[in-house]
Design a protein around this ligand. Structure first.
Ligand SMILES: [Zn+2]
Length: 362
């Protein structure tokens, strides 16, 4: 019967009967890299996901690799670039390059500059950058500077040196941003908790590992986590100049009290707190402590309550900067639509705390 078919009909039948044809028809990216196909009429070869118009089956042939397709006389398609790494990989490489560019730039590059460098539109760049890094280019630049400032404050003789080292070219701008990047004023941060004794202990509670630390002024950290060592390291990083003292039997009673607060939130914590933060953060935290067990509020409600109705974003940041879990109940702040939003110690812990509190008052 084959004798009755023209060569082009034969080729069409071969293509249609090949399981790879279905992948081409579906433009199925899962097959990218597994095979390539050529199109006789255009002289190019493509990867299965290519977005070009679907070729007629009589013009199609399949290959295991690009070398085979090129030996058969085909050029790589300009659209799907089958001879280059897959798109996701190329994007990640390009974004990584932009990140390095941002890191080494004296000033935060404008979106214009970045888009030009990447050879794409603002909108496209912004979206792709966020997709790959989770941050906008601007937030990435700010975060990077923040970490440079933290580093430099440990090294430089003065706060001003540190600011210049980190590439902030005007003091005022840095002080404007310092609430966000350091969680306290630069000089307080620079002090690094010098000349203070901080007693701490790490216990276990139903939410995982719990670290409780206390300065002469009161409880200065309650942190939750999975890994006790990491909690201890974070405390050391936060108070690099302080003398950290563990193994104090006296202190175990305080830890027990805090764990009691986690397990039975209705009871409250009758311990002095050493609250370290900017004036704005302290106002937010004060307002949080007034939210009763079993209730939730939104970021904008807290902003209203502290008399700064437009500052819901700064309120959210202050919640994220809270280092006294549960004692300052930032877990009681949710989005206006009731969604949980983030939690410094993981959203699962936030959910568990809220469930527990609802039950406690029910
Ligand atoms: Zn193509």
């Amino acid at each position: 019967m084959n004798m009755m078919m023209t060569p082009s009909e034969l080729q069409a039948a071969a293509t249609v009967n090949d399981p790879r044809w279905a992948a081409v028809q579906a433009r199925d990216g899962r097959f990218d890299g597994q095979f390539f196909y050529s199109v006789k009429t255009t002289g190019v070869y493509c990867r299965p996901s290519c977005g070009a118009r679907l070729a007629r089956p009589e013009n199609v042939a399949f290959y295991e690799n690009t070398a085979e397709a090129e030996r058969a006389g085909f050029r790589p398609c300009k659209r799907c670039k089958p001879d280059q790494p897959p798109r996701a990989e190329r994007q990640a490489d390009m974004i990584a390059e932009l990140c390095r560019f941002i890191e080494s730039a004296e000033q935060v590059p404008s979106l214009d500059e970045l888009a030009q460098r990447a050879g794409m539109s603002h909108w496209h760049l912004h979206r792709m950058f966020k997709e790959v890094t989770g941050l906008t280019p601007r937030a990435y630049a700010t975060a990077h500077r923040a970490s440079r400032v933290r580093e430099a404050l440990g090294r430089s003789d003065t706060v001003t040196d540190a600011i210049y080292d980190a590439g902030y070219n005007a003091n005022s701008r840095f002080y404007e941003e310092s609430d966000h990047v350091l969680g306290m004023t630069p000089s307080a941060f620079k002090a690094g908790g010098a000349d203070t004794d901080i007693r701490f202990a790490i216990g276990q509670c139903s939410l995982g590992a719990i670290l409780v630390a206390r300065s002469g002024r009161g409880v200065c950290a309650i942190e939750l986590g999975d890994d006790p060592d990491q909690l201890a390291r974070a405390l050391q990083d936060r108070f690099p100049q302080a003398r950290l003292i563990g193994d104090d039997p006296e202190f175990d009673r305080i830890v027990a009290q805090v764990v009691g607060l986690v397990e039975a939130p209705g009871h409250g914590l009758d311990l002095p707190l050493d609250v370290r933060g900017t004036a704005f953060q302290q106002r937010v935290w004060q307002a949080l402590r007034a939210v009763p067990v079993g209730e939730t509020v939104s970021y904008s409600e807290i902003a209203e309550r502290i008399g700064a109705p437009n500052s819901h974003r700064a309120v959210a940041q202050a919640c994220g900067a809270n280092t006294l879990a549960i004692a300052i109940p930032c877990h009681r702040v949710v989005r206006s639509d009731g969604a949980l939003s983030g939690y410094r110690w993981g959203v699962e812990r936030k959910r568990a705390l809220l469930d527990r509190e609802h039950e406690a008052v029910a």
